[in-house]
Write a protein that binds this ligand. Structure first.
Ligand code: HEM
Length: 449
């Protein structure tokens, strides 16, 4: 077997063939790949990934170093470039000064106080969804919970952050996003896929979806500009924003990118979190029982998450075991040193949240769903980045408060008078797309309880 040689000083590499290195094993099953090599090579090793230099960083201390302590020397990794056709230069994908000014501009819409204004919408949509589930339970239906959660979280994000959308817009955006998102996922897993500009039937379909997405979002922006209506939502904030130096308003193109970013980043992650939580409850009867007792004692429509401590622990445990953003990537701008090894500029540094959050050193019996392990007394001595479902440092998820609030509010509603049962004994396989998906969707049967 021909082997690639790694530049001197770089972290060691497991053996692999010269064409695919060990990248194909990683693409097939990243968790199995990391668990296989981590005992030998952790905290950091080089993954031979075709022509690209990639290192795996599987240690909370060094994750903290990259994301927070030395963040100024890092940009986002190449994986994020694949999202550019969809997200353009929005908050998730932009860099440097430009990113910072956009972040500053958007931050107020996500502050704890601002988020409180969204409670009503979240409760309303959660109740509507739970009612649909109760009707499905009466008909004995099995539901694709992933699709249901995707729908409800998308409605919430669009109502809260962009003002109300007419249902037709939502369906069109949803269909286009789905297609473009699948394409980005495909490109992450198949780095030799033909570039978008090559007019293959598949590429043409994605280009049409992106054009449709642009048309729809541009229509929303034009309507708002025309009507002059402003509220407290994010879109109003973006429309009112003026450049500190030039006094210019944000371009339509930039508005489109920020809106597409909020749509994608703000609904797929929470949808996944809710789907996996309902699955975890369906397969852990004791936890389900304890949670339902708390919810039932609080009474119908309990809207105060502070009064439901176990709901919080369940949500935290769900994001530990099934972190929707299962991996985070960065690239050093200048050569860096990690754990005594040289990390040349431009090397992708991948930090697998899902593996660190399942490391038995920090989380005993890591595959078990045990909400109690998040009680303050038990987590206070853990390294900070043993749990980082929202990333960290300056680029920590801007929607973190929004997401927690949504999970804390929706979970009790979805369990009110309901429980869920699996339809197969096999656990859903993890599909490591941009977010952590249950392969083939999450099929669950709601039942009245
Ligand atoms: C359970 C739900 C969520 C999870 C697990 C999650 C996770 C993450 C993570 C890990 C990052 C950092 C990525 C990196 O450093 O490379 C991130 C960034 C981001 N998230 Fe979230 N997210 C969630 C919900 C949301 C929501 C609800 C919104 C918006 C409404 C949102 C919007 C964003 C945006 C715009 C960024 C980019 C921030 C920046 O770079 O300044 N996310 N998210």
């Amino acid at each position: 077997m021909l082997r690639l040689t790694i530049p001197p000083g770089m972290p060691p590499a497991p053996p692999g063939n010269w064409l695919s290195g060990t990248a194909s094993a990683f693409s097939r099953d990243p968790v199995a790949y990391i668990n296989r090599y981590s005992p030998v090579y952790a905290p950091v090793w080089t993954m031979m990934a075709r022509l690209r230099k990639v290192v795996l960083l599987n240690d909370p201390v060094w994750v903290k170093y990259v994301l927070a302590e030395n963040n100024k020397n890092y940009t986002k990794s190449f994986g994020y470039d694949l999202l550019r056709p969809l997200l353009g230069n929005g908050l998730l994908t932009s860099e440097g000064e430009f990113w910072m000014s956009q972040r500053r501009l958007m931050q107020p819409a996500f502050h704890k106080q601002a988020i409180l204004t969204f409670v009503e919408v979240m409760l309303e949509e959660g109740q509507r969804c739970a009612e649909r589930f109760r009707q499905a339970a009466d008909r004995g239906e099995t539901l694709n919970i992933s699709a249901e959660m995707s729908r409800v979280t998308m409605v919430i994000v669009s109502r809260c952050l962009l003002g109300m959308l007419v249902p037709g817009d939502l369906d069109r955006i949803s269909a286009s996003l789905e297609l473009a998102n699948r394409d980005a996922n495909h490109r992450i897993q198949h780095p030799f896929a033909l570039p978008m500009k090559v007019p293959t039937p598949g590429n043409l379909k994605v280009r049409r979806a992106l054009a449709e997405l642009d048309r729809t979002i541009n229509g929303i922006i034009a309507d708002r500009r025309r009507s002059g209506e402003r509220g407290t939502d994010l879109l109003s904030m973006l429309l009112e924003a003026r450049d500190a130096d030039t006094g210019e308003a944000m371009s339509d193109r930039q508005l489109r990118d920020e809106i597409a970013t909020i749509f994608i980043a703000g609904h797929e992650t929470t949808a996944n979190a809710l789907s996996w939580t309902l699955y975890a409850l369906a397969t852990n009867p004791e936890v389900e029982q304890k949670l339902c007792s708390e919810i039932d004692a609080a009474g119908a429509g309990a809207a105060d998450p502070a009064g439901l401590p176990y709901v919080r622990l369940v949500a935290r445990e769900s994001l530990r075991l099934y972190p929707p953003a299962w991996i985070v990537g960065r690239e050093p701008i200048a050569d860096d040193t990690i754990a005594g090894y040289t990390i040349p500029a431009g090397t992708s540094v991948l930090m697998p949240t899902v593996c660190i959050q399942r490391n038995p050193e920090f989380w005993p019996d890591p595959l078990a769903f045990k909400p109690e392990r998040h009680e303050e007394e038990r987590v206070k001595d853990l390294p900070k980045y043993a749990y980082f479902p929202f990333g960290g440092g300056p680029r920590i998820c801007i929607g973190i408060n929004f997401a927690w609030m949504e999970l804390f509010l929706l979970l009790p509603l979805l369990m009110q008078g309901l429980r869920y049962r699996t339809v197969s004994n096999a656990a859903p396989a993890l599909e490591h797309l941009i977010t952590l998906h249950p392969r083939g969707g999450m099929m669950l049967k709601p039942e009245r309880r």
